[in-house]
Design a protein around this ligand. Structure first.
Ligand SMILES: NC(=O)C1=CN([C@@H]2O[C@H](COP(=O)(O)OP(=O)(O)OC[C@H]3O[C@@H](n4cnc5c(N)ncnc54)[C@H](OP(=O)(O)O)[C@@H]3O)[C@@H](O)[C@H]2O)C=CC1
Ligand SMILES: N[C@@H](CC=O)C(=O)O
Length: 373
């Protein structure tokens, strides 16, 4: 039996006796998105109980360093730097505990950027647990492993949602799925899909140096834990792969032609000073585009034939050049929406907005799951 480790245990909730309970296990509990998610969850728990009859309990939260668990639920904001150290087999024991409690639905919320955690997904889904992920890794592996996850979720009747993995909280993957369910074939997707690169380019067009713009994007929480994943367009290629697959294109990473935004080999620790070598080159490139009435954008696009990510000069009046710093814009062409493609836009990155998108996924997953009672 697992010991209860929680720093603060919640009070018993007797007011809504018929509430539908869903337990949450939060991974990456003290990361930027994970922490914002906990704050937002804590704020919304009473309203979700009284207005939506949903009793969302944080059963456990952990990261690489710490681990908290309580069968009654943890006060989300109470997870902090004093969380007990994680033991070697804590996670394994938590998973077996959850597995034994078949009556209570458990949603695992992945706010990491970890491959190790993505490795767990098949087991979680097959074990009857739902998943909400901000982590893109699992869906950006081979097409067959992407399909296996979809299949496992369907077969076990458990939710698997990852709306924030493309376009942060912009409703994109859900509407795309709806289009396909009603039989509308997607022809192509095209857009500015990276929040950090959108921000960095915007700031450079305003006169900011490249290295300083990257530092700002990192400080604002727009970049990946390793910002080189954004600069090399690795994160963006994961997003494009997920978007293309959700659009119905049978795409592998090898089908994408990827031009890195900045192809530098730099470790995360000394990143900003090392990036200064590229400042002058970027300054000249930006000046030359502006002189011609153009702006640089990083566009990602995919169709059945393949996909491409590249840095392009576009007229300054074009929609892709007019975006706010960090904004994304995605244009979806379908059989019925070809001449006038469907366009969605909004903040493409940011800690609070991403956490809000994760919370939306959690609420939607829990509401849908418990409706089956
Ligand atoms: N920021 C944004 O705008 C958006 C972010 N996302 C995604 O959200 C995710 C989180 O980003 P962010 O919060 O900025 O990242 P952070 O680096 O701030 O947080 C990552 C968290 O994951 C934990 N973690 C890493 N590996 C493991 C592991 N093997 N086991 C358990 N915990 C682990 C870390 O714990 P520890 O500190 O102990 O290492 C940390 O708590 C990423 O996948 C990102 O792509 C998605 C959309 C937008
Ligand atoms: N690093 C990402 C954040 C969201 O996934 C980006 O820049 O878009």
């Amino acid at each position: 039996m697992l010991a209860d480790y929680s720093p603060v245990r919640i009070q018993a909730r007797n007011s809504v006796v018929d509430a539908h309970r869903v337990d949450l296990v939060l991974i990456g509990a003290r990361g930027k998105v994970g922490s914002a998610f906990r704050r937002q969850l804590g704020n919304r728990q009473p309203a979700l109980l009284s207005e939506a009859n949903l009793d969302l309990r944080l059963l456990a939260g952990f990261d690489r360093r710490g681990f908290a668990f309580d069968t009654h639920g943890i006060v989300p904001e109470s997870i902090d730097e004093h969380m007990p150290e994680r033991g070697a087999d804590d996670v394994e024991r938590l998973m077996s505990h959850v597995g034994r409690h078949g009556g209570v639905r458990t949603l695992v919320v992945d706010c990491t950027a970890s491959d190790e955690i993505a490795d767990f997904y098949p087991r979680l889904l097959m074990g009857g647990m739902g998943i909400v992920a901000a982590n893109k890794r699992a869906n950006a592996r081979s097409l067959s492993s992407y399909r296996d996850l979809q299949h496992a979720a369907r077969e076990r009747g458990v939710p698997y949602r990852y709306e924030t993995t493309v376009g942060s909280a912009i409703p994109l993957l859900g509407p795309l799925r709806d289009l396909r369910l009603r039989g509308e074939r997607v022809i192509s997707v095209q857009g500015v899909l990276s929040g950090s690169l959108s921000y960095i380019l915007h700031r450079m067009h305003e006169g900011c140096l490249f290295s300083a713009a990257v530092a700002e994007a990192r400080a604002l929480g727009y970049t990946e834990p390793d910002p080189m994943e954004d600069l090399r367009a690795i994160d963006l290629s994961r997003k494009l792969l997920v978007l293309a697959r959700e659009a119905g294109f049978a795409m592998e990473l090898e089908d994408l032609v990827i031009e890195p935004f900045a192809d530098l080999d730099i470790a995360s620790d000394d990143l900003i000073p090392a990036l200064q070598v590229a400042d002058a080159g970027w300054k000249a490139r930006i000046a030359s585009a502006l002189e011609q009435g153009e702006r640089w954008v990083v566009l990602a696009e995919a169709s059945r034939e393949g996909g491409r990510i590249n840095l392009r000069r576009v007229p300054a009046h074009s929609s892709f050049a007019q975006l706010e710093p960090g904004q994304n814009l995605i244009s979806i062409r379908t059989e019925l929406q070809d001449r006038m493609p469907l366009c969605v836009s909004g903040p493409g990155a940011g800690v609070e907005i991403t956490a809000a998108g994760v919370l939306s996924d959690v609420v939607a997953a829990a509401a849908h799951w418990t409706r089956q009672d």
